[in-house]
Design a protein around this ligand. Structure first.
Ligand code: ADP
Ligand code: MG
Length: 541
């Protein structure tokens, strides 16, 4: 392939010939794939977004409105994967905003496609986009609104905005209010680790019956009927491996020749079980929670000593319990030491949604809360669970940074206006790219309008006009399609989610534009191409 020259990078180009037909068609194909990914998730955006039914190889389906899930499950094209990976890494960082990121990426690629067709070099488009993304983040910071961490209503709005359109929760503040309550319980000096809120999902009841409890719920009942229902002042052994007789004793039937031998083996077995349960009792254990089976002789002895035990407990529950009670998960209970034990005020068998489970309350670590989510079917409750995870992260972020943005396309419209003002600071061709970025971010109000059933063009223009004469908080009510002051209407999102969406989308689009044998590798690109201009700070991953 021909190496492009300096002049191509800086923009006075019609360089497309030099990249060769292969590079051009490769890039075109990639752009189409990237746009398709954006289009795929775009219809799910906002409170009136449609759900997708995802079906995996085994024919199992899930119904979701969660952009990251859709991307993870559906996308199978190198460029699609690139976008999907970026969106998923975005999700790892801030959980929410994935649909926006993927939608914006698709839109940026669509705009880039047109510019390239008009003869603008892809590198020029990339530079313009990176510059625009930096300015966009500044604009977002400019319009962000400081909020008070004690403002419960505001926090509920933040959670509700994040959950809008998910799990049939339109207009419902029950779950958002529970989430704020949960986050308050686990908060230490403004810092919240969303993982401290344990989420249990149960089908068969209405979403509105969901509750918040202290402590942890372990999804298993007592190991058998001989155990106590309830233990107070629990010292808990959390065991990951089966509590069974050692293999040797079991296999010893090789040596069983006489009835005496058989009795001796049984006695050995019993004394092994006694030794273990004695050891547990000696160090004060009165509760045993085991991830695998607890063998019969052990159960009998534990029950005799008035212990509580649950077996075949799910890994997640084991991890949650250990975390909440301060226990160390041991694999062999014969080695357990007092330090390994977890502590709680009460352990008891309880009825949760018609199923017998174990409730552990008054845990040693004060920072635990369990949210019990109900839903009529597994689909409903799983979707709700995904939305709750997002909303919890969003709340944690909001408490940390105390800054929110107006939602409903208001922030994007403000960014778009700022970029149009900023564009003329670039040379002619890069300016086209910055303007294209300004058009692309309006995909958010456009789509919210469309999904609310109003004309996307009117919706976008109305918001733009309202901001031109009013404030940057004017946006769309995603349910009615009306232009409202979104801050007053309680449509608010954390600043960093939107900033990350804009940055990630720009990086993803630029990465796709750069896939072309004729384009230089990144280092080379930086050396040669980072002329003056604000683009140099950000690069493709
Ligand atoms: P993402 O994965 O990007 O978070 P969502 O489907 O959650 O996608 O949609 C988020 C968008 O929906 C944001 O732009 C947010 O401002 C907007 N939104 C949420 N609730 C409302 C509402 N009630 N009215 C208007 N827009 C809303
Ligand atoms: Mg969201």
């Amino acid at each position: 392939m021909v190496r492009r020259t300096q002049s191509n990078i800086t923009g006075d180009d019609s360089p497309v010939e030099e990249t060769g037909a292969d590079g051009r068609s490769l890039r075109k194909a990639n752009i189409i794939a990237g746009r398709a990914v954006g289009e795929l998730v775009r219809t799910t955006l906002g409170p009136r977004g449609m759900d997708k039914l995802l079906v995996d190889d085994t024919g199992m389906g899930i119904v979701t409105n969660n952009g990251a899930s859709i991307l993870r499950e559906m996308v199978d094209h190198p460029v699609g994967n690139l976008i999907s990976d970026l969106a998923v890494s975005h999700e790892d960082e801030v959980q929410d905003g994935t649909t926006t990121t993927a939608t914006l990426t698709g839109e940026l690629l669509g705009e880039a496609d047109e510019l390239i067709d008009r003869g603008v070099h892809p590198t020029t488009v990339a530079n313009g986009y990176l510059s625009a993304a930096e300015r966009a983040v500044d604009a977002l910071e400019d319009i962000a609104v400081e909020i008070d961490a004690n403002d419960t209503d505001r926090l509920i709005e933040v959670a509700a905005t994040s959950m809008a359109g998910k799990g049939t929760l339109i207009d419902d503040t029950t779950i958002p209010a529970l989430l704020v309550d949960a986050v308050r319980r686990i908060e230490t000096e403004g810092d919240v680790d969303p993982d401290d809120v344990v989420v249990e999902t149960i089908t068969g009841a209405q979403v509105g019956e969901s509750t918040l409890t202290d402590g942890v719920i372990v999804g298993k009942e007592r190991a058998d009927d001989s155990f106590a229902y309830r233990v107070e002042g629990a010292n808990i052994a959390v065991v990951g491996k089966p509590i069974e007789l050692r293999k040797l004793a079991r296999d010893a039937d090789v040596g069983v020749a006489t009835p005496d031998d058989a009795r001796r083996i049984r006695e050995n077995e019993r004394s092994e079980a006694v030794a273990l349960v004695d050891h547990l009792a000696d160090i004060g254990v009165n509760t045993v929670i085991c991830g695998e089976n607890i063998g019969e002789p052990f159960r009998a002895l534990m029950a005799e000593r008035g212990m509580y035990a649950a077996r075949r407990v799910h890994d997640d529950d084991i991890a949650n319990l250990a975390r909440a009670t301060g226990a160390t998960v041991v694999s062999d209970p014969r080695d357990i030491q007092p330090d390994d034990l977890g502590h709680a005020e009460v352990v008891e068998e309880t009825d949760v949604g018609g199923e017998h489970k174990t409730r552990v309350e008054g845990c040693a670590s004060a920072q635990t809360a369990t949210l019990v989510l109900y839903g009529s079917t597994k689909d409903v409750v799983d979707e709700l669970h995904r939305a709750v995870e997002d909303a919890l992260s969003v709340l944690a972020l909001t408490l940390r940074e105390s800054k929110v943005l107006p939602g409903g396309g208001a922030a994007e419209t403000a960014v778009s206006l700022a970029l149009r003002e900023y564009a003329p600071q670039h040379d002619t061709r890069e300016q086209l790219a910055v303007d294209a970025f300004a058009d692309a971010v309006e995909v958010v109000p456009r789509t919210l309008a469309e999904n609310a059933g109003i004309s996307p063009i009117d919706g976008t223009l109305d918001v733009r006009a309202a901001q031109a004469t009013g404030t940057s908080t004017m946006g769309l009510d995603g349910e009615t399609g009306e232009v409202v002051d979104t801050l007053d209407a309680g449509i608010v999102e954390p600043l960093s989610v939107k900033c990350l969406s804009v940055k990630t989308a720009a990086e993803a689009a630029v990465a796709v534009l750069r896939i072309d044998d004729a384009l230089p590798k990144r280092d080379e690109f930086d050396d040669e191409a980072s002329g003056p201009g604000p683009a140099s700070g950000m690069g493709a991953p």
